[in-house]
Design a protein around this ligand. Structure first.
Ligand SMILES: [Zn+2]
Ligand SMILES: [Zn+2]
Length: 281
């Protein structure tokens, strides 16, 4: 009875529809799955319907992009009121920034004599309502033979040290936490191993973080030990997730569902922690 608390669908940059992700999670033997698309909850309704059919609990989630000192910091949210009007308007604003960023990255690629249009990138979306992200740009780079793999696309162009990387102003991690709390959800710091900044994690715990994603494919053993200790010390939740993004060219992008998982009790714990934010609504 395990839960995977981090997955993406075609509502953002995953390649599986919400239904396909739920069906794969079921096949992997998971009892619960959180759908955590980037800056959107558009995949949830379909996932929940599929979850009800297949007897797998779907945890409503999101992964919000924020920036701290020029670096991407992702904050996961669980159990928000996903029909809350203010929340949905804020998410739309965040997606506008994603759109701006895509345009800025394509402009940088053009400076490097790599000409890609926004339409070519948007055509890679698997779902018309989904949003566009760097993996879609990477696919076009592969299609045009400019790079031969996703890894190369990120290391040469799109990753944080890549030649076309840009990071327009975004909300801070603290603002992301506030946004999730205001919608009645709990805020969990995603993949802290990527930030190499334990001080930031301490700052966000002090600010009001409800949990840390201690187990993630990008956290190494040292990270697990460190962040597990920090979470215990603060009395906040420890979560786990695969960050499944579907398959690209027959290769599982990030890690497969269930690659990292928590006992079901973690799901109950998050739901309980969310209650204090919901009372205020
Ligand atoms: Zn992330
Ligand atoms: Zn993710």
């Amino acid at each position: 009875m395990r839960a995977d608390l981090h997955s993406h669908t075609t509502a953002s940059d995953g390649t599986f529809t919400p239904r396909q992700v739920v069906e794969r999670a079921k096949a992997k033997g998971l009892a619960a799955l959180a759908i955590t698309d980037h800056d959107t909850v558009a995949g949830l309704a379909e996932a929940q319907a599929a979850g009800a059919e297949h007897g797998i609990e779907i945890v409503p989630g999101i992964e919000i992009s924020s920036v701290y000192n020029g670096h991407d910091v992702h904050v996961l949210g669980y159990y928000m009121n996903t029909v809350d009007e203010d929340f949905l308007v804020r998410l739309e604003e965040l997606r506008d920034v994603r759109h701006l960023r895509n345009k800025m990255m394509l402009a940088k690629l053009a400076e490097l004599s790599i000409h890609i249009t926004l339409d070519e990138v948007a055509a890679r979306k698997k779902d018309a309502a989904g949003n566009v992200g760097r993996p879609h740009i990477a696919e076009v780079l592969m299609e045009k033979g400019i790079v031969s793999s996703m890894e190369e696309a990120f290391s040469r162009y799109l990753g944080s040290t890549g030649a076309a990387y840009v990071n327009p102003p975004r909300i801070t991690p603290e603002e992301a936490i506030d946004l999730i709390h205001a919608a009645g959800g709990v805020a969990v710091l995603a993949h802290p191993g990527l930030y190499k900044n334990p001080e930031l994690v301490r700052t966000l715990i002090a600010y009001g973080l409800d949990g840390i994603e201690v187990y993630h494919p990008d956290n190494n053993t040292e990270d697990e030990v460190l962040y597990s200790a920090l979470a215990d010390e603060a009395g906040i939740s420890k979560t786990a997730g695969s960050d499944f993004h579907g398959m690209r060219n027959d290769i599982v992008f990030h890690a497969d569902l269930g690659n990292r998982s928590t006992p079901l009790t973690t799901v109950q714990e998050l739901r309980q922690r969310a209650q204090k934010y919901q009372i205020a609504l």
